[in-house]
Design a protein. Structure first.
Length: 57
């Protein structure tokens, strides 16, 4: 049973590998921008929580 599952997994991996492509520079830039915005928002929320708790003391 495990051999069949392993073989199926590698067949699926091969299928995915065959349809992948290298991202364009525009896609890389967009991903970087979205990631930076997300990190900034999470950092800002964390800062606000820290500020609220430090003022509440």
């Amino acid at each position: 049973m495990k051999l069949a599952n392993t073989k199926s997994f590698f067949i699926q991996c091969k299928r995915v590998w065959q349809i992948t492509r290298k991202p364009t520079i525009e896609e890389i830039k967009t991903t970087a921008k979205v990631s930076a915005i997300g990190i900034g928002i999470i950092g800002f929320i964390g800062f606000l929580i820290y500020l609220i708790f430090s003022i509440a003391k």
